[in-house]
Design a protein around this ligand. Sequence first.
Ligand code: G1P
Ligand code: ZN
Length: 544
Amino acid sequence: MTRILTVPTQPIEGQKPGTSGLRKKTKVFMTPHYLENFTQSVFDAIGGVAGKVLVLGGDGRFFNDRAVQVILRMAAAQDALRVIVGQGGILSTPAASNLIRKRGANGGVILSASHNPGGIDEDFGMKYNGENGGPAPESVTDRIFARTQELTEYKILETEDVDLSALGEVSLAGMVVEVIDPVADYAKLMAELFDFDAIRNLFAGGFRMRFDAMHAVTGPYATAILEGMLGAPAGTVVNGTPSPDFGGGHPDPNPVWAKDLMDAMFAEDAPDFGAASDGDGDRNMIVGRGIYVTPSDSLAVLAANAHLAPAYAKGLAGIARSMPTSRAADRVAEKLGIEAHETPTGWKFFGNLLDAGRVTICGEESAGTGSDHVREKDGLWAVLLWLNILARRIEPVQQILSAHWAEYGRNYYSRHDYEAIPTERANALVQRLRDISGDLPGQSFQGLTVESADDFAYHDPVDGSQSARQGIRIGFKGGSRVVMRLSGTGTEGATLRVYLERYELDPSRHDLPVEEALAPVIAAAEDIALIREFTGRDRPDVTT
Ligand code: G1P
Ligand code: ZN
């Protein structure tokens, strides 16, 4: 027996999607009507789902399985034509983006809180991606939020759960539920982009790698591609079985949370290459034997060497980086004579540039790298492009980086985060910087002379839209820089992010410890922004 219910409801406060959809504590998502209200608001905001084809899946975190069933029942009650769902409700974010594009779907719903921990006491999230496969633009997320404020009812089918364990098609009150292998299409795309023969030879020659899936969604993808298709020895992928609470860990691929990988890569018998990815598979971390590669450097190296992979052999149209990302990539673009774009934080700002063919490769300092193959950042893609480059250059990661720095100069880089600070204090700090930014140029701090200072405003060259107040940029003579902005993804108070960069052209100074190289920039940031005074903290909570 199935029947369609129209459930009366009320608007729920605070359902405002941020940089990457709506993220809340899992228990909040589990409160009665919460998920349903937000889902209905998404459906309404996109003009309903009747007759539409949607992609659906998530990173497998706690509540993923329940949420998928609810969304399927709501889509069926509202006459969607077809929902393509990953087996077991699983899809990595880049795989979902690929499916939307490949299958010509109208859009997709992705369930994830990315790199945030999962579990009943941790985080859950939901985001909507449009027909280009990318995160919904602000105009759509604004409409979704507006709908959450006025919703009075939602429609849902009353029926049993759909069996998502078997591949194939089933009907849910007339709507087709197509259960697909979450890995197959994605793996095929990767095989088209990269020189799998070269990478296979690399592994056959004894090259050793450690891929840490952090108990998250890329486990099955990495195992199928690295061990299955590319012949890496069994055991190359560690923590490869996804679990609803990510093994109790924090699936955030950086030296802090992927410490095991760092330790392995700095040990005596370290493998040649190490990598990790996050909860939903869009972030990546790259480590060579005895050397961590910052995401900013990784973007620059990938851009400079992308032509070694078949998909990019004809060259790049342009490179885009988010504003706080180091300017290493700009130097590559300059040398290649291609466009360089600086966009606000968040992957969605790359979408227009990619759609318009203005850029081919994009990246963020927060471990996100990707290209025009999908409209999300893509963790495994970055790892495979590195492997393709390593397979062609046959040089250790360390050597590739040294050569890169010798050619372009080195952008020392670090990010300091001050978490859960009272919102009004964080706002006051930023407001003060806005107020004084006009007076900074010409002033010197710790021997660094300010060349430019502003609150970054982005003018999208494709659709002409404006995004103001994206963060304070302070540039010093010689190419060093401090950027400060407030996080848009935090769940508690405000998080101040301080991005520190020092440019060094002289190769004899390319091997300094990062903290030492950045010391003057860190001190200048403190002098300018009075971080201690405003935050009441004498050191950052997290340094990456
Ligand atoms: C953070 C990162 C940003 C990334 C976003 C979503 O946002 O800094 O680069 O796009 O997560 O993964 P933030 O908390 O800084 O607003
Ligand atoms: Zn993610």
